[in-house]
Write a protein that binds this ligand. Structure first.
Ligand code: NIG
Ligand code: FE
Length: 434
């Protein structure tokens, strides 16, 4: 599949890069490498991390260092017993949008359902109106506020979808803003074209004509301008049918873009099987996925992206089938789904907590969900998601006593500092400024 990467292909731990001193060496730290298959959390107590040219040059126990720290790196940093994890990856967001839907939150509290609000022209379509009206500068400013909150919890890679434009100029505008965010902040952004998110009012009653526009105009333009790294769709009774979704996926494949899918959020549409058939990077939500859907995902290596924020905000009662996903060995990711309707969430750590408490994931699974498996859901296994030699040196440094603290303390933010592509970021100054 274009854009796909395989996991677990990295060189062994502790390997030293050639060419002199490392730029930085971290010692007096514990590591949650999140490498699968060994100790829980891939933990290394009293570890060391060497960084050279923005990449990890050494990851392992301090006792395996090939010399004394001061002879190995230009800059030796002492972590005072803190924990280092991979920089977090938020692999499913709708971060760029106009307006605000707090009034719909009130309507839902008063008894209206998400579907009812959507069918009455609210929901996604009310955000579409506000996003079409917003300038690029306005979209950038509001997205930056949300992005800073997310980055303040250790995120170094984020996926951002379009899908509130539903016409060519606005979809491209959203994607340009998403790309611009990566220039404004120390974060890697992966963009996803979600043209098939909802039916825009000007196409009311003509969904197939709108899908024509998505396939003939939106996907070719986004691909041509290098604005999309993947293509997504909303396969649902209030979204698009599996047949329409398949047409979107065919167009994505014609432009060598990998696909993802909002699947079985509110009902079972067979979206997981469809996504699997197209070798999708991920199928997301999955509260209503069937065992057949899970089996298909296992066969295709499609990641299950679980979104406890939307489950919580919409007061869903049906949980994604964690035990079945586990049994079939489907990799599970966890994300904020940051959006103005179903999940106005900017806390990946709260999502880790909710994945455990609401969905029954273990802390290790939930943390793999915002690191290793989230990177895989973006096709970035080769470069991100675990602490392994040769990967990008994106690190989160935490004031915690054990990795479980990251899931346990509700509303706490134990982030101490972030290293992005090898460079120490003073996120605290930014936090104080917001
Ligand atoms: O992931 N399910 C569709 N899309 C979003 C919600 C978008 C919205 O309500 O604005 C989701 O939940
Ligand atoms: Fe979503």
């Amino acid at each position: 599949m274009p854009g796909r990467e395989n996991g677990g292909e990295n060189a062994g731990q502790g390997e030293v890069m050639t060419g002199g001193l490392w730029d930085t060496l971290w010692v007096d730290v514990n590591l949650a490498t999140m490498v699968d298959g060994g100790a829980p959390y891939g933990a290394v107590r009293d570890g060391a991390v060497g960084i050279s040219a923005g990449r990890l040059a050494f990851v392992g126990p301090r006792t395996s260092l090939p010399g004394v720290p001061k002879d190995l790196a230009r800059d030796v940093r002492f972590g005072q017993g803190r924990w280092i994890s991979p920089g977090l990856v938020d692999c499913h967001t709708h971060l760029v949008y106009g307006g605000n839907r707090a009034h719909e939150f009130e309507q839902r509290l008063a008894g209206a359902s998400y579907e009812e609000i959507a069918r009455a022209g609210g929901g996604i379509l009310s955000t579409v109106t506000a996003t079409r009206e917003a300038t690029e500068a306005q979209l950038l400013a509001s997205a930056l506020t949300r992005l800073d909150r997310i980055l303040g919890e250790g995120v170094t890679t984020i996926e951002i979808k379009s899908g509130y434009g539903l016409d060519l100029p606005t979809e491209l505008k959203m994607l340009r803003v998403a790309r611009q965010l990566a220039k404004e902040r120390p974060v890697s952004v992966r963009t996803t074209l979600l043209g098939a998110h909802a039916l825009p009012p000007e196409f009311a009653g003509r969904p197939d004509d709108y899908i024509d526009l998505v396939c003939r105009d939106l996907i070719p333009a986004a691909a041509g301008e290098g604005l999309a790294d993947a293509v997504d769709a909303f396969c649902e009774t209030i979204g698009f049918t599996p047949e329409q979704t398949a047409r979107v996926f065919d167009a994505a494949a014609a432009h060598e873009l990998p696909v993802k899918l909002h699947a079985e959020q509110l009902s079972d549409q067979g979206g997981a099987q469809l996504a699997a058939r197209y070798g999708a990077l991920s199928a997301d939500h999955l509260e209503y996925v069937s065992p057949e859907g899970v089996e298909a995902m296992a066969r295709s290596g499609t990641v299950a992206v679980l979104l406890p924020g939307a489950f919580y905000v919409l007061k869903e009662t049906r949980k994604p089938p964690i035990e079945t996903l586990r049994r079939y060995g489907v990799p599970m990711a966890v994300s904020t789904d940051c959006n103005p309707g179903s999940s106005p969430v900017t806390s990946p750590l709260l999502m880790v907590n909710m994945a455990c408490v609401l969905f029954g994931m273990t802390v290790e699974e939930a943390l793999a969900g915002v690191t290793r498996n989230a990177a895989r859901a973006l096709g970035l296994s080769r470069s991100r998601g675990t602490l392994e030699v040769d990967k990008v040196a994106d690190l989160a440094v935490w004031n915690i006593e054990s990795p479980a603290d990251l899931a346990y303390a509700v509303g706490a933010n134990p982030l101490h500092e972030v290293v992005y592509a090898g460079k120490l970021e003073s996120w605290k100054a930014r936090k104080l400024g917001r």
